[in-house]
Write a protein that binds this ligand. Structure first.
Ligand code: GLY
Length: 378
């Protein structure tokens, strides 16, 4: 595998931006927020919070686990434990986005710190998600409590829900539950049938017939158009398949899918490597970038690089990840450690040039890996 040194950067070059991001986590931790940080003003650093963690609360807890791991500072660990307790009431929420909440909020705590509550909540949420599986469709639908802008329920699904697979794969292995593992893999493979185009582009959402499981229509919740490639749809697919491949190394189809969607990204991302909010949105001087989607993609490329059996391809994905992190840091990471220019929900004019907690999480995770401060695969 190509090292960051060969690309002209050594592990220590990532240390400065990592430290800046950790200082930002510390400032947020000490702000005594009432709720989970969701999106922030990129000039003032002021957060908009959610009381129950929405679909994003796990990323805040995950940042605390990461900061504790990178620094060894007990204060981050204590805060991670405190905030995780607040997510316990979400274990049974009928939403596929428990994949986000409990992989990043709990599995990372179990993997990085052996945290007992993390392990318990991750297992319970995964088992409960398994009960949300739709046998006709062969995947887990959004669910009635899914946090989307519109159109949720038991006949709707989207690629953002793919992160349920890593949560269930991890729990199935810890619990020794082959049925949960089968559900996790079915969810991943049938998500590919629902959302992936033959060229590797990803359509965000689909409605299906709950009696037959047949797809009725494909559309978008947050993208530019129903047939457009919304940036985070592509990025979530990249991450979901790469992380699943990391957890189930004996499943070569997962690597094939991770490679297919990653190759589409690399073939279509702008020359400066930072994606606009939707690959099909007309590009004008006003068109927003989405650094959060780009940082998800970076995390996926790093994982794909570490699991891909072909060393040349692994090196290519690793280099693409490092090149992208370099631009993210140089052009979009402020002196205060805020990842600016995330674009949450332009259709609803919500947080279109902001700090977004999940964008922060994935850049922090990537910098921790590149700087050699994260030695456990998460
Ligand atoms: N629903 C997840 C996202 O907005 O990226």
């Amino acid at each position: 595998m190509q090292t960051s040194m060969e690309a002209g950067r050594s592990a220590s070059d990532w240390q400065g931006p990592l430290d800046r991001m950790i200082r930002r986590v510390e400032l947020t931790m000490k702000a005594n927020l009432n709720g989970f940080p969701h999106y922030g003003d990129q000039e003032t650093g002021e957060w908009v919070t959610t009381t129950d963690g929405f679909w994003t609360g796990g990323f805040w807890v995950g940042e605390l686990w990461l900061a504790a791991s990178a620094t060894g500072d007990q204060a981050f660990l204590d805060a991670g434990r405190q905030w995780l307790k607040r997510l316990e009431k979400r274990v049974e929420s009928r939403t596929v986005f428990r994949g986000f909440i409990f992989y990043y909020g709990a599995v990372t705590g179990a993997l990085l710190h052996g945290d007992v509550l993390s392990e318990q909540l991750a297992k319970r949420a995964a088992q409960s998600l398994g009960h949300q599986f739709d046998k006709a469709a062969g995947l887990i639908p959004l669910g009635r409590e899914a946090e989307e802008a519109h159109t949720v329920g038991d006949g709707e699904a989207n690629i953002d829900g793919l992160l349920a697979t890593p949560l269930m794969l991890w729990a199935a292995s810890r619990l020794g539950e082959p049925n949960l593992r089968r559900i996790a893999l079915d969810h991943a493979y049938n998500s590919a049938k629902f959302f992936l185009r033959s060229d590797g582009g990803v359509i965000q959402s689909a409605s299906f017939d709950t009696a037959t499981g047949d797809v009725i229509r494909r559309y978008t919740h947050k993208g530019y158009a129903d047939d457009s490639i919304w940036t985070r749809a592509q990025a979530w697919a990249m991450l979901g398949y790469a992380l699943s491949a990391q957890l189930a190394k004996e499943e070569p189809r997962l690597i094939e899918l991770a490679e297919k969607v990653a190759d589409w990204w690399l073939a279509n991302v702008p020359n400066d490597l930072i994606a606009y909010w939707d690959f099909c949105a007309p590009v004008t001087p006003e068109t927003k970038r989405d650094t959060s989607g780009t940082s998800i993609a970076v995390a996926a490329l790093l994982k794909l690089s570490s699991v891909h059996p072909d060393s040349e391809k692994a090196a290519r994905y690793g280099k693409a990840a490092r090149d992208t992190v370099k631009i993210l840091v140089e052009r979009h990471l402020t002196e205060s450690g805020i990842l600016a220019d995330g674009c949450f929900d332009p259709k609803n004019k919500k947080a279109i040039a902001n700090e977004l907690i999940w964008g922060d999480y994935f850049l922090l995770e990537s910098l921790a890996i590149l700087s050699g401060r994260l030695r456990v695969a998460i």
